[in-house]
Write a protein that binds this ligand. Structure first.
Ligand code: PRP
Ligand code: URA
Length: 209
C-alpha cells in the first residue's frame, strides 16, 4: 500500500510487546509510549528537506546541511495522543503543538469532536498527527478532515498499533497522507477494540478506568 510504512525495528517491536502486557503499569507505559513515538518519529521525519548553510567550526567555515523549509506541527488526538508528544519534541524541540479533542461514542464507535486548536499558519507546516491507536479509523479520518478544512496540506499520521480495518479506511479517505504504524494487529473485536492490542490507550497512559 502506497504511503504506508510499518515499522520493522526490533526496538520498536520489543517496546510494543511490553506495552501490550497488562502487567505494565502507568509509569512504564507512559515511558514506552514516548520512546516508541521517538523511534517512529525518526522514520517519519526521514524525508524532511535539507538546505546547505554556512557554519563556522573552530577550525574553518564550511557549508553543511540543516533542516530547511516548512516548519513542523505536532498534533496529538486527545487524550491518548498526548502521550506521544514528548517523544517527537525530543527530536524537534522547536516544533509547534496543536490539539484535536475527540472521543469515541461507546455504542456507535463514531468519533465525537470537542476541541481543535492548530498552530498558524497551518498550510505552510509539515503536520504530524499522533494517536497510539488506529482502530475503526473514525477518529484519525475526522481529525485529518478538520486539519484539511483549516488549510493543512502536508500531513503525516503516526500510530503505535493499527487494525487492518482502520488502516484501509484511513488510506481510502486520505490517500495523500503518509501513515506510520508501529504494528499492524489482527482485527477489531465486536466492541471495536484492537486484537490483540493493548486495551484502552488513554486509560493506560493516564491511569483512569
Ligand atoms: C481512542 C484512541 C483513538 C481512538 C481510536 O480514543 O486514542 O483516538 O480511540 O479509535 P477509532 O480508530 O475507532 O476512532 P478514545 O475514544 O478512547 O478517547 P480517549 O483518548 O479520550 O480515551
Ligand atoms: N482505542 C483504544 O484505546 N484501544 C483500542 O483497542 C481501540 C480504540
Amino acid at each position: 500500500m502506497e504511503n504506508v510504512m510499518i515499522m520493522e525495528h526490533p526496538l520498536i517491536k520489543h517496546k510494543i510487546s511490553m506495552l501490550r502486557d497488562k502487567k505494565t503499569g502507568t509509569n512504564e507505559f507512559r515511558k514506552l509510549v514516548e520512546e516508541i513515538a521517538m523511534l517512529e518519529g525518526y522514520e517519519a521525519l526521514a524525508d524532511l528537506p535539507l538546505e546547505d548553510r554556512e557554519v563556522d567550526t573552530p577550525i574553518e567555515t564550511c557549508i553543511t546541511p540543516m533542516i530547511a523549509g516548512r516548519k513542523l506541527a505536532i498534533v496529538p488526538i486527545l487524550r491518548a495522543g498526548l502521550g506521544m508528544v514528548q517523544g517527537l519534541l525530543s527530536l524537534c524541540p522547536t516544533a509547534k503543538v496543536g490539539h484535536i479533542g475527540m472521543y469515541r461514542d461507546e455504542t456507535t464507535h463514531e468519533p465525537v469532536p470537542y476541541y481543535c486548536k492548530l498552530p498558524k499558519p497551518i498550510e505552510e507546516r509539515t503536520i504530524v498527527v499522533m494517536d497510539p491507536m488506529l482502530a475503526t479509523g473514525g477518529s484519525a479520518i475526522d481529525a485529518i478532515n478538520q486539519i484539511k478544512a483549516l488549510g493543512g496540506k502536508h500531513i503525516k499520521f503516526m500510530c503505535i498499533i493499527a487494525a487492518p480495518e482502520g488502516l484501509e479506511k484511513l488510506h481510502a479517505a486520505h490517500p495523500d497522507v503518509q501513515i506510520y504504524i508501529g504494528n499492524l494487529d489482527r482485527q477489531l473485536n465486536s466492541d471495536a477494540y484492537i486484537c490483540p492490542g493493548l486495551g484502552d490507550a488513554g486509560d493506560r497512559i493516564f491511569g483512569t478506568k
